[in-house]
Unconditional design. Structure first.
Length: 221
């Protein structure tokens, strides 16, 4: 059973939808009903800010980055939900309660190491300490039907190591109003696994996001 559950109604210009977020704080897993859709599993939940969490959402045979945030606009909160890098904004009659729910969740912050068990810790500190994590991670772009705009690819970060978890820092570059911009984001990828990074072209504006691996280190996750 989940430790914490929150239910509300989210609405946008297309209608109103039941929403449910259930979180197991101990093992950082959960379940979420996306507005207008069915329930999906969440894993590796983390806290990004007071009213902002992220997780990996299990969608068929792939995992996608999911961010849930309550934004204080001065006159009240609005819910901003991002899936595969595409943000959507929703109003909710329970916005303050939703913000309080997110703020109270006992989740590790971005970058904190979580010791799952002695075996994973020994993998981090023990054999093969001279390995270079960068040698084991690659970015791959694949077309996922009905996910990204204009048939563009969705970028995955793959860890080819047999056992060890790697923290990968991804650099994203894009051009806005003629100016080059960039940002950095950490992913935690377990051995022989892959995690979704985002769409090359996420929305109808045609804005393109180019990604590269900035750094990679072995961690305990």
């Amino acid at each position: 059973m989940p430790d914490q559950v929150f239910e509300t109604i989210l609405s946008d210009s297309n209608g109103s939808y039941p929403y449910r977020l259930a979180v197991n704080e101990k093992d950082r897993t959960g379940e979420m009903i996306i507005p207008g859709d069915k329930s999906y599993k969440l894993k590796t939940l983390r806290r990004l800010a007071q009213w902002k969490i992220d997780a990996w959402l299990m969608l068929n045979s792939i995992t996608l980055k999911c961010v849930v945030e309550l934004v204080d606009q001065g006159g009240g909160f609005i819910c901003v939900m991002s899936l595969a890098g595409s943000p959507r904004r929703y109003a909710t009659p329970d916005a303050k309660a939703f913000a309080d729910f997110l703020a109270a969740l006992k989740l590790p912050k971005r970058g904190e190491q979580v010791e799952d068990n002695e075996e994973s810790l020994s993998l981090l500190m023990g054999a093969n300490a001279d390995e270079d994590a960068r040698d084991y991670v690659v970015l791959e772009s694949r077309v996922v039907p009905n996910l990204c705009a204009f048939g563009s690819g969705y970028v995955f970060c793959k860890n080819r190591h047999a056992k060890r978890c790697i923290r990968v820092t991804i650099k994203t570059r894009w051009i806005y109003e003629g100016q080059q911009h960039s940002s950095y984001e950490d992913l935690f990828v377990r051995g022989r696994a892959e995690e979704g990074v985002g769409c090359v072209i996420p929305g109808p504006t045609g804005q393109r996001f180019d990604r590269e691996i900035h750094s990679a280190v072995f961690v305990n996750c």
